[in-house]
Design a protein around this ligand. Sequence first.
Ligand SMILES: Nc1ncnc2c1ncn2[C@@H]1O[C@H](COP(=O)(O)OP(=O)(O)OP(=O)(O)O)[C@@H](O)[C@H]1O
Ligand SMILES: Nc1ccn([C@H]2C[C@H](O)[C@@H](COP(=O)(O)O)O2)c(=O)n1
Length: 418
Amino acid sequence: MARRAASLLSHWSSRVFSVELDGAPTYFAVREKRRGEDAPRVFDAVRRGDRCFSVLVWSSDRVRSARFHAQLKDRLLGRLPAGCRLSPMSSFLPNVRDSLIKGYFLKADSPSSSPTERLLRDFSQRDPLLVCSYLNPDNDQVWTQQLWPDADRDGTPRVLYVVPSEAPQEHPSTLNLINSDVFYSFEEAQAVLKQCGDIIPEAASVLELLPSRAEARSEPDFPVIVVEGLDATGKTTLTQALRDALGAALLPSPPRCLSPWRARFDQEPPLIRRAFYALGNYITAENMRQEATKAPVIVDRYWHSTAAYAIGTALSGPPSSLPAEGSEVYRWPGDLLQPSLVVVLTLDGEERKRRLRNRAQGETEEEQQLDHNHLFRLRVEEAYHRIRGPACVTVDAGPSADQVLQQVLLLIRDKCQL
Ligand SMILES: Nc1ncnc2c1ncn2[C@@H]1O[C@H](COP(=O)(O)OP(=O)(O)OP(=O)(O)O)[C@@H](O)[C@H]1O
Ligand SMILES: Nc1ccn([C@H]2C[C@H](O)[C@@H](COP(=O)(O)O)O2)c(=O)n1
């Protein structure tokens, strides 16, 4: 832990910081002030006289970091004085994988900054947090950053100038996607659940259900067809109709054996929740293999869902903020059975909402987010289309249920010779 902290601090002035002030990211870096130089203005959205702080979560224990970050906002809001405003913040080394650390930027009105400072000093001594204070000593929007309790050898606090930085080409969260949000092997996902064992007792029950190891192995005897799409696009309707039309086996995903634990893992931060869903796919793969010895297999969601929802949630902004097409983020895990065909149902947003209203079932938190956050829906859909190995075939789910079924049956006959 001490070694990682030292390396974090030694690269401090190579880091870029991002703060979402008034909904838009402001990027800045820190460095020594050069003689005679006028430092530029950085935080236009911060009022004169505001005192600011940043709290960034860091720990060499990634499960602890993830859980602590998930609780941090409520912990801060519960104890900070009224009038203190919180904005999401992160810091990263450009182009360095796994270098992203996350936290919050706090604006405190000057008169109330002392209680905030006391509280943050207390937090920084007990918790895995790096706290910085920001001052505009000349009161002209020229900002300095002081990292607590970082100081020179003689004990003088190290004060750095805050300078604007260019926006990175890819969303900074992309740096930490691999094996934190999206898992590309059974071992990587399993390792997260093993690490959770002492804090989430249910993890042991999930680990017991897993196959002893995973490998993609040979093609199944009968075709395996996966149906994907956002909620209410008609997956359940289509998969049931395909089962009846083809005399196929129908597998849900995550698999039924994980149902008792799903709600528990849905409460966890992305690292743990996504590892749970990734492992579900390996159980589904075993079930596919067994069923496909007897008949065709239809699967309601699989790897495309796991990866696309994870990517769409981890990033923000329009689909253009996603990693570029062809990025390694969209690759298929080498040890996961590939289906013969993946169909993605797409539906006009208004029609999807109408179907959701008609169905009027309880929505999961992620489904509510899809409804309220148009950009999130676009990111998930775009990620579906970028995933490779097998790529998905898009089918318009707008026509009647029977027309959609007929179209997919044609596809299956064409691609799977069934
Ligand atoms: N082609 C269609 N035309 C009109 N309505 C449809 C069509 N397909 C499904 N529906 C209706 O839309 C609603 C959502 O369909 P369904 O439950 O099959 O979607 P889903 O993708 O499985 O949703 P979820 O992922 O949330 O479980 C249901 O009320 C269903 O009867
Ligand atoms: N193989 C799977 C199946 C589901 N998920 C996740 C993605 C969404 O968060 C949610 C949608 O499931 P539904 O509401 O349709 O049951 O489950 C996944 O990651 N991987």
